[in-house]
Design a protein around this ligand. Structure first.
Ligand code: SF4
Length: 381
């Protein structure tokens, strides 16, 4: 719930996984793979004394290498993959007579909330796993044979703005034949703590790229870290899937604020079909929206929910500055990265296209279902 993700110190629930991760880093028989969530790049520098200008995603990649990780991948890549799967699912959903709306499923705080308090809506959750689980499944399935050839095993660490993801990665139904998707989740606070422990001089680090092929991403993947971003990224690709043409960015924009309402909503014209969307963040707002849906007061086709106010930029695992709310500042940071990106549509990510060509086939294929989706009705967290 909200108090869980917003415990001001994190001490109530935040399990410390730094020991587990350090053990893996020191084990010569382990290939350590780390991935970083979209919202982390907007906040990691706050805990190690960097300015926003210094705390670039590429310097963050160097900081992770300085801790000793063998491969530094980007969860933004998997955010693009999530969009391919969830966008395709939504296009199929639109032409079906399934009950409206379809809900996003990338926030385990929200997924837990709906399973506990509004179970009637669980069948309407997207079956897409959250991006870091998808990235882990791809790592484990595509790199396992090579690791075994070297006599090693893979250990996947996710650096997340989130406490709920620590519990999500333990859900047995989110594993594949290749094993657990993700072996350990570190919050941004734990990541920053490790940088202090290892005495990494972050300001002095040169910038380096993420490793490929699971490190290349688009601006659409980056905005996953703020409220409205998943919806916006999904619409950019869903419109393309329906019309064959990229939409205008403004057509998908969900950043307008309506302080008098706990959610924002919009009616879009997608190739002649009216699509009603809504976006809410914070579990109080979420409850109001679900009650309005239940009462038949509102009708939507697609709804994005993020448990933390403002989305993952305001996540329970982010650095905490006493009496200061930094979600908006961090969201502006992500928007700037999206605008500066030369790739802004998930379906245009060349490494995503290659993953489908080499391994997965196409969105919603058999392999996609094995690796990237889950039956939400079969498990609780
Ligand atoms: Fe975690 Fe983000 Fe959801 Fe907060 S909004 S619970 S940080 S996934």
């Amino acid at each position: 719930g909200q108090c869980i993700t917003h415990c001001p110190t994190g001490a109530l629930t935040a399990r410390d996984d730094t020991g587990k991760v350090m053990k893996a880093l020191l084990d010569p028989e382990v290939i350590t793979v780390v991935q970083v969530a979209p919202a982390v790049r907007a906040a990691w520098g706050e805990g190690v004394g960097l300015t926003r200008e210094q705390a670039t995603p590429k310097r963050m990649a160097s900081a992770l290498r300085a801790l000793g990780f063998d491969k530094v991948f980007d969860t933004d890549f998997a955010a693009d993959l999530t969009i391919m799967e969830e966008g395709s699912e939504f296009v199929e959903f639109l032409s079906s007579d399934k009950p409206r709306p379809m809900f996003t499923s990338c926030c385990p705080g929200w997924v837990r909330f709906v399973k506990l308090h509004y179970p009637q809506f669980v069948p309407q959750l997207s079956s897409a796993k959250s991006p870091h689980q998808m990235e882990g499944a791809v790592v484990k399935n595509t790199m396992k044979a090579q690791a075994e050839e070297e006599g090693k095993r893979l250990f996947v660490v996710s650096v997340m703005p989130c406490v709920a993801k620590k519990y999500e990665c333990d859900v047995p139904q989110l594993s594949t034949e290749a094993g657990r998707d993700v072996d350990a989740v570190l919050t941004v606070r734990e990541f920053d703590r490790m940088l202090h422990m290892f005495r990494v001089d972050c300001a002095a680090l040169e910038e380096t790229d993420f490793d490929n092929p699971l490190g290349l991403s688009t601006g659409a993947g980056t905005i996953f870290g703020r409220t409205g971003g998943v919806m916006e990224a999904a619409l950019r690709s869903a419109v393309f899937l329906i019309t064959g043409q990229n939409p205008d960015f403004s057509a998908c924009d969900t950043t307008e604020s309506t302080p008098e309402k706990p959610w924002i909503s919009k009616e879009l014209d997608v190739a002649g079909t009216k699509v009603n969307i809504a976006v809410a963040s914070g579990l109080g707002n979420t409850a109001k929206l679900l009650d309005a849906l239940e009462a038949g007061e509102v009708h939507f086709d697609f709804v994005e929910i993020m448990a933390c106010p403002g989305g993952c930029v305001g996540g329970g695992g982010q650095p905490i500055e006493f009496n200061k709310e930094l979600a908006l500042e961090r969201a502006a940071n992500l928007n700037a990265l999206d605008e500066a990106d030369t790739l802004r549509y998930s379906h245009e990510n060349p490494d995503i296209q290659k993953l489908y060509a080499d391994w997965v086939g196409k969105p919603l294929s058999h392999v996609a279902h094995e690796w990237l989706h889950t039956d939400q009705t079969t498990w609780d967290i």
